[in-house]
Each structure stands twice: as C-alpha cells, then as structure tokens.
Design a protein around this ligand. Sequence first.
Ligand code: GCO
Ligand code: MG
Length: 402
Amino acid sequence: MKIESAKVIVTCPGRNFVTLKIMTDEGLYGLGDATLNGRELAVVSYLEDHVIPCLVGRDAHRIEDTWQYLYRGAYWRRGPVTMTAIAAVDTALWDLKAKAAGLPLYQLLGGKSRESVLVYGHANGKDIEQALDEVASYVDMGYKAIRIQCGVPGLPSTYGVSKDRLFYEPADGALPTENVWSSEKYLDWTPKLFEKARARFGFEPHFLHDVHHRLTPIEAARLGRSLEPYRLFWLEDPTPAENQQAFRLIRQGTVTPLAVGEVFSSIHDCRELIEEQLIDYIRCTVVHAGGITHLRQIAGLAALYQVRTGCHGATDLSPVTMGAALHFDLSIHNFGIQEYMRHTPETDAVFPHAYQFAQGSLAPGDQPGHGVDVDEELAAQYPYRRAYLPVNRLQDGTLHNW
Ligand code: GCO
Ligand code: MG
C-alpha cells in the first residue's frame, strides 16, 4: 500500500483544527490530528512544505520506519511543532493499517485491556456555588470523575472558568487577552472549594484540579498538603516542568497524587519524572507527543514505575485525537483516566465519529481504523480564524505562566 498523496485540512467550526489526510494507491485514506492551539499554521507549513514531499511513494505500512525517518531525518529533534507534525503522520498511518486489516485500531495495539475508558469532565463556575452546581449536572450526566475549577475572589478571571459552561475554549482572542493572577489569593481559596465539594457530594465521585503551571514547587507542596483531606484523584501541573527535579520538592511535602505532561512532546521531557516516581499520572497525548508510536514508549516506561496515563483531552485536541486516544487507552495496561472536554455540535458534525459516552466512560467503537472521519465540504465552510491563548500577569504587571 503506497502513499499517493497527502493534504492538510484547516477548519474552524468554533475553534481551529488542523487535520492531515493521507491517501494511498489502494483507495484507503488515513487521518491524523495536527492541531497545536494558537500556533496552528506553523504545523501546517511544517507538514505541507517539509513532510508531505517525503511521504509520497512510501509504503504506508512502514509506521516505525516513517516515524524514525521524520524524527531522525529532520536532524532538528523534538519540540511541539515537529512532534505534532510527526504525530499527525503516525496517527494517519495507524488508521490506515487498521482500515487495511479491517480491524478497530485497538486490536492492532494488543486488544482490549478493559471494556471502556473512564473519563473526566470539567465543572467550573465563577464562584464555589456555581462550580458545585455544575458538578451536580456532571453527576447527573453520569460522570464518575470531575475536574473542578472556580473563580477566586479579587481576581477578575481565572484559568478554567468559562462563560459557556460545557465548551470551555481558552483561545479566545485575535490577539492574546490578558489575565491577572495572585498565587496568594488562589492558595487561600482553593481548599475551601474542595472542602465544600466533599461536604456536598461525599467521597464517591473522583475530583481533579488543574493548577495550570502557576505555583512555585514549595507553594505547590503547600496546596497539595492542604487538599489531602479531600482526597483528589490528581493535582495537575502544579509547577512548570522544564525543571523536572522541581517535583522532588513537591513530593517531599504532600501525598496528593500529581499529574503532568500535556505540554510535553517527547519521552525525554518526562523521563526523570517517571523514573524517580515524582508523578502518578503522565498526561502526554497522541497529537502533541509524536503519535501512537511514541506514546506507547512513554506508557511503557511509565508502566515500569507504576505511573498511569491520563491523556490530555481538551477541546483544542480534535475528535481525531480523541478517537485515536481511546483506542490507545483501551489497549494499554497502565491506563488511568482520559480527559474528555466535549466538542461543540459544529465540531462533531465536521468530524463524524464512532466513539460514544455512557455512564462516565467512553468507548471507541468497532469501526475499522480509529473511527473518526472528516466531512471536507462542511470543513470548508469554516475558514481559519487567528486565535491566541491568553497571557497572564501578576497584580504588579509581571508576566507569569498562563
Ligand atoms: C487541560 C488543559 C487545557 C489547556 C489547553 C491549551 O487540562 O485541559 O490545561 O485547558 O489549557 O489545552 O491549549
Ligand atoms: Mg491542564
């Protein structure tokens, strides 16, 4: 099965998505997500100008060799743009191989390790009461695990809190919007949120929380310790992870489980975190970490150290990533949880998919391949719109991590 051609489809059904479609001489095609929020067109150029010319004529079945060809062949290794482009090719080739075999992708990855995939949804609100009312509606929808974020008194806006309850989309400006942050205010407020959440819902639902890289290690340790009575499923991205050793300090201070990895693009970004058991969940995704081929290596390393997976699944990851991730999640032994932020009906219509939600879990379905398609005619009706993630400043104006 030879690759005949490939093209990149850019569409904005409410938010931007980049999709790679690889066509073969056998009439089959494969799809891969190539969306990098706020930097979409850099990946489009990387694919169109540098990758697609190398794909034409290659044997579509040689997934590993193609991965190595694009990774080693570029000479310039790693980084989110490169690894997102490689991920798109890799996902499309796995999709093709599974379609050629007439099997759902999870069968090629070793078959089912479980019947369905536990997911978590996002409850948020401008204050604690509103956030907890949202938790109640997620419980009603059947969710068993819920991330909770809420506004902090004295701060005009906070990460994770949206006007549109179900479809949080942070890339909201044609230029970056500016947020204001105070770690002191946040650290005082957040334990109250979880105290009230446990008082209202008991200890049955799993609760998660995302710090979004905003604290220093010692502040993160303090937050983790103050949340211990409320038994979080995980505390996410408590501090930036460029310095992996920073997590030693957090670990010394708290037994709240830690989850990291949505911005990582390579196994080398998390090697120390995993080998030194400084985290409990690794959150790398199919689309930003080099595709299924590379994610399997990361999960394999993590399995040696009892670190489980918790793949990133925000709305900026297209349904193509979600489909591929679910096959991966279903197959590996050390799966932990999958993030599931719902896409809008417009996005779902552009990307018809086989995966389905029931009772707090997702199942990928049994269609050959990863089970996600793209309606190109519909996609063409939603042209690209430049959109940025916000930036974040401390109250004195200093630029901080968003
Ligand atoms: C999450 C993430 C997202 C990111 C977004 C950036 O845990 O879901 O933190 O909300 O901010 O994916 O593009
Ligand atoms: Mg996050």
